[in-house]
Each structure stands twice: as C-alpha cells, then as structure tokens.
Design a protein around this ligand. Structure first.
Ligand SMILES: [Mn+2]
Length: 195
C-alpha cells in the first residue's frame, strides 16, 4: 500500500499527516482553521486519498504558519507514499465547475516543483481564512510533493467557490495522476527511467 505518516514540529506548528493513496477518500482533518479543514476534506474525498491531519499551530498570530506547514507535511507525505512512482499515470488534469467558478488544473508528478497559480482571488477572508493562503498552501504542496502544478481560474467571482473548485480540481487531477497505468504498471513513466 502507498502510505505515509509525517510528523513535523517547529516553534510555530506541530503537525501530523497520515495518508493512504490507495484509499477511498476517508478523512479526518483538524487544523483549527475551519475553512481549511473543509478544503482538505475536498482534497481527500475527490482524490480518494485517505487523510488524517492534525495541526496545533500559532493561530493567535494568524493562520499562515499552520496552512503553509500542513502543505509542507502533506507534500512530504505524498513524496514518501509515491515512492519510486512505478506504474503511475504521472499526469492528471481536470476542468472543474462549481456554481459560478470554473477552475482548471494540470499537473505532473515530475519530481520538479513548479507552481502556476492564477486564481485571481480578492484579498480578504473566507470565514477567518485569508484568501492569500490558498497560494501558500499550493506552493508548499508543489515544492515538497515535487509537483509541477498549474491552477487557472477560467471564471468565477465567489471566493469560497473559486477556492473550493481549485481544491477539487487539484484532487481530481491528482487522483488520475496517481492511478496505475494498466498498460505499463511495471515501469517508471519517464524516458529518463526516474522521476
Ligand atoms: Mn464549500
């Protein structure tokens, strides 16, 4: 089974992340940031990755360290759980509609972090959650998961919908990319022979 457990403790946050890439989308995410939990739940449910996240962060300052560090730990967990990436589809993409929002994600589990994030979210809050943290999360996930991650808003005006559509689009793309290639399950999907 492709599983990983990561614990990460700093002066700012104390985080544990447990994932199973071959799960059914069972989740239990508690970070102390309500909207962020809602987004992690979407990621789990729509990627079919079982996910348990616990974060005890310095929320008395703001949500920044907690959101970023969960992204780091989740990226590290992905990297560990994917292992040598033998047999995976590697690429995934999704156009996802949610009410007014349409978001497109294209990703490559390349081992090469690169983030394009054009969500054009207005500065402000969703609940208590700063919209600028959406990019911070995806940056950390891309960097530590070794993911070439492109996320573009095609349209949308509601920040909750745009953000949720982005997490769902990433989840669906991730699900496809992590799936086994039935025609090439025994090989690493690269002409270099490594990812
Ligand atoms: Mn929602």
């Amino acid at each position: 089974m492709r599983t990983a457990k990561i614990t990460r403790k700093t002066a700012e946050t104390d985080i544990s992340v447990e994932i199973n890439l071959d799960g059914t989308g069972v989740y239990d995410n508690q970070t102390g940031v309500g909207f962020f939990d809602h987004m992690l739940d979407q990621l789990s449910r729509h990627a079919l990755i079982d996910m348990t996240v616990r974060a005890d962060g310095d929320l008395h300052i703001d949500d920044h360290h907690t959101v970023e560090d969960v992204g780091i730990a989740l990226g590290q967990a992905l990297t560990e759980a994917m292992g040598d990436k033998k047999g995976i589809m590697r690429y995934g993409s999704c156009h996802l509609a949610m009410d007014d929002a349409q978001v497109r994600c294209a990703l490559d589990l390349s081992g090469r972090p690169y983030l394009i994030c054009n969500l054009e979210l207005p500065f402000g809050k969703i609940g208590t959650f700063d919209t600028e943290l959406v990019r911070e999360f995806f940056q950390a996930l891309s960097t530590h998961g070794g993911i070439t991650l492109h996320i573009d808003k095609l349209h949308g005006f509601n920040a909750h919908h745009i953000t949720e559509a982005a997490f769902k689009a990433v989840a669906r793309a991730l699900r496809d990319a992590l799936e086994t290639d039935p025609r090439k399950a025994d090989a690493i999907p690269s002409t270099k022979g490594a990812l």
